[in-house]
Design a protein around this ligand. Structure first.
Ligand SMILES: Nc1ncnc2c1ncn2[C@@H]1O[C@H](COP(=O)(O)OP(=O)(O)OP(=O)(O)O)[C@@H](O)[C@H]1O
Ligand SMILES: [Mg+2]
Length: 257
């Protein structure tokens, strides 16, 4: 057989439902990330964004549904198998080992690494200040520097899909910009990105597709250029009439849909 093949999604999430105790944090979520995409999950605090990334990485077990990587069902695989299969997570809040050096933190990323474009030298190219500080403890770095090291650590596994949970959290806008500046280089190396971002403008700027969660459900998906600010605001906050119309001051509690 020959001829052009339409590439299927690299990562698929089907009808994914996840509970934390009694709380249904995700309710029948579907998404499909094509190779080379930068797919952004947006949504308010507690919407289920981190739960989604962590479940894809294997850190939470779904009550129902499937996670499929390049056509292979990985729903039952433990986190280290998924890492070896090409899924790496940069968790919310960086999570470096504070008492280990920068270099030691990076070496952790090479455990179970796949072969691919990223080695120490290649990640140093992304953040040229790192080699000069590689003997420092991670705890001595600023938040933005820690974020950079956390990204490099994940890249050293040579992921096919890089999961980024709120890169911007607690960082100054200029630092956020510097961090986001490396994304195109990753995409150029063939990395597919699934990121969580609370800053809608930032998400729209970098993403090929945005996917909004509202209280564990999908409230909107689409390409950034085909979604209006009103649609996104409505999907994000769950209010049914954002613009004009006075009245109903506390309609934000309304659950439509
Ligand atoms: N380990 C856990 N145990 C119990 N409840 C949890 C746990 N993790 C998350 N939750 C709850 O599940 C819901 C979704 O949380 P999650 O962290 O996925 O949201 P989020 O969209 O990432 O929020 P944020 O923007 O604040 O990071 C919230 O109500 C949260 O309190
Ligand atoms: Mg979160």
């Amino acid at each position: 057989m020959s001829g052009p093949e339409v590439a299927g999604p690299l990562l698929e999430v089907r009808e994914l439902t996840v509970y934390h105790g009694q709380l249904r944090a995700l309710d029948a979520i579907d998404l499909a990330v094509a190779p080379g995409e930068t797919y952004a999950i947006i949504g308010a605090n507690g919407a289920g964004k981190s739960t989604l990334l962590r479940t894809i990485a294997g850190l939470h077990h779904p009550r129902a549904g499937h996670i499929v990587l390049d056509g292979r069902d990985i729903t039952r695989e433990p986190p280290d198998r998924r890492l070896a299969g090409g899924i790496a997570l940069v968790p919310e809040g960086r999570r470096l080992f504070p008492s280990l050096t920068v270099e030691e933190n990076l070496l952790v990323g090479m455990h179970k690494a796949r072969t691919g474009p990223f080695d120490m030298q290649r990640v140093f190219d992304l953040f040229p200040w790192i080699p000069g500080r590689r003997k420092q403890r991670a705890s001595q770095l600023s938040g933005g520097e820690q974020q950079a090291v956390a990204i490099c650590r994940a890249l050293l596994a040579n992921p096919r899909v890089l999961l980024l949970d709120e890169l911007s959290l607690g960082l100054a806008p200029i630092v956020v910009r510097r961090i986001y500046e490396v994304l195109p280089a990753l995409v150029a190396e063939g990395v597919t990105v699934l990121l969580v971002e609370q800053d809608v403008a930032q998400a729209r700027q970098v993403a090929t597709r945005v996917h909004c969660l509202l209280e564990g459900r999908t409230s909107l998906t689409g390409r950034p250029d085909e979604l209006t600010a009103e649609q996104i605001e409505e999907a994000y906050f769950g209010v049914s009439s954002v613009s004009s119309r006075s009245s109903s001051p506390s309609s934000a509690a309304g659950t439509g849909g």
